[in-house]
Design a protein around this ligand. Structure first.
Ligand code: IPD
Length: 265
C-alpha cells in the first residue's frame, strides 16, 4: 500500500534504527573519509553506512520502490514511490560532535512528497508529517510562529560548501540582517525546517539545497502552516528554499528577492 500513513510508519521505523547506527558510530569516533564538492564538503564512513542501512531496510520492506540518497544517488526510474534520503544531514556537526544532525527520510508518490520524518540522531527529537495530515513532534501537533513583523523575526539559514557561493550568501545576509531580529546557523537544513514548523525559528531560507536536505523537513514545515517556496513564483529547489508563516513570508520573500538571493554562483 502507498498510503501516506503507512509510508510514514515505515519511514519512522527505518529512521530510528538509522539514527541508532549513526549515534553508535559517532561514539566510536568519526573521521572524514572523502570530500565531495569542495575540501570542506566531507563524507564520513557513517554517512555511507547509514545510507546502506536505510536502503537495505527499504528494499526488504518495499523492493519495488526507488531511492534517491545523498551518498549513492539514484536514478529517476518509473517506480511510483521514491524515497528521498539524507543519511546524516549536518555532517560537519557530526564530525565535530555538535548535537544537531539528523536522518531525513521522505516518501514521494508520483513526484509529490506525502510523508516525511526528520530525526535528530544526537538527541532523539523527531518530527513527522503526512500530506494533509499535519505535522507532529511525538504526539504534539506543530504550528508555525505567529510572527508577522520581519524586524522581529528570528531567521535560520545555511551556507553552501563552495567559496564563491558562500560569498554571495554572505552578501545577501549582510543586506538582510539589519531588517530582522537575528540570524541562526545551526548546520542541518532538515532540522532548521522542523524548527520553523514548531516555531523555535520564525523563518528559514537557503540557496543551494538538494532534495534530500528539504524533502522531509519541507513537508513538516508546510504541514505546520508554513509557506514553503522558492523565489518569485518558483517552487522550493536548488535556487532557493524559503519557509515562513503566511504572515511573514511576503516580507522575507520580497527582501530576499531584492537582494537577488537566488542569484550568484
Ligand atoms: C548541509 C546542511 C547545512 C546546509 C548545507 C547542506 P549535509 O547538508 O544541511 O545546514 O547549510 O547547505 O548541504 O552536507 O550536512 O548533508
Amino acid at each position: 500500500m502507498d498510503r501516506p500513513v503507512e509510508l510514514l510508519a515505515l519511514a519512522v521505523s527505518v529512521a530510528r534504527s538509522a539514527s541508532d547506527l549513526a549515534r553508535r558510530m559517532r561514539a566510536d569516533g568519526v573521521a572524514a573519509v572523502a570530500t565531495k564538492s569542495t575540501a570542506t564538503d566531507v563524507v564520513t564512513a557513517a554517512d555511507r553506512a547509514v545510507e546502506r542501512h536505510v536502503r537495505e531496510r527499504l528494499h526488504e520492506a518495499r523492493p519495488g520502490d526507488a531511492v534517491l540518497g545523498e551518498e549513492y544517488g539514484g536514478e529517476r526510474d518509473r517506480a511510483p514511490v521514491r524515497w528521498i534520503l539524507d543519511p546524516i544531514d549536518g555532517t560537519v556537526n557530526y564530525l565535530y560532535d555538535l548535537p544537531q544532525y539528523a536522518v531525513s527520510l521522505a516518501a514521494e508518490v508520483d513526484g509529490v512528497v506525502v510523508a516525511g520524518v526528520v530525526r535528530n540522531a544526537a538527541t532523539g527529537r523527531e518530527w513527522t508529517a503526512t500530506r494533509g495530515g499535519g505535522a507532529f513532534a511525538g504526539d504534539r501537533r506543530l504550528a508555525v510562529s505567529g510572527e508577522t513583523d520581519l524586524a522581529q523575526a528570528l531567521v535560520g539559514t545555511g551556507f553552501g560548501y563552495a567559496a564563491q557561493r558562500r560569498l554571495h550568501q554572505a552578501r545577501v545576509l549582510a543586506g538582510l540582517i539589519g531588517h530582522i531580529r537575528d540570524i541562526r546557523r545551526f548546520g542541518a537544513a532538515s532540522i532548521d525546517l522542523c524548527m520553523v514548523a514548531e516555531g523555535t525559528l520564525d523563518a528559514y531560507y537557503e540557496k543551494g539545497l538538494n532534495p534530500w536536505d528539504h524533502a522531509a523537513g519541507g513537508l513538516v514545515a508546510a504541514e505546520a502552516g508554513a509557506l514553503v517556496t522558492g523565489l518569485d513564483g518558483a517552487p522550493p529547489g536548488p535556487d532557493m528554499v524559503i519557509a515562513a508563516p503566511p504572515g511573514l513570508h511576503p516580507a522575507l520573500h520580497d527582501r530576499l528577492s531584492e537582494l537577488d538571493a537566488a542569484g550568484g554562483p
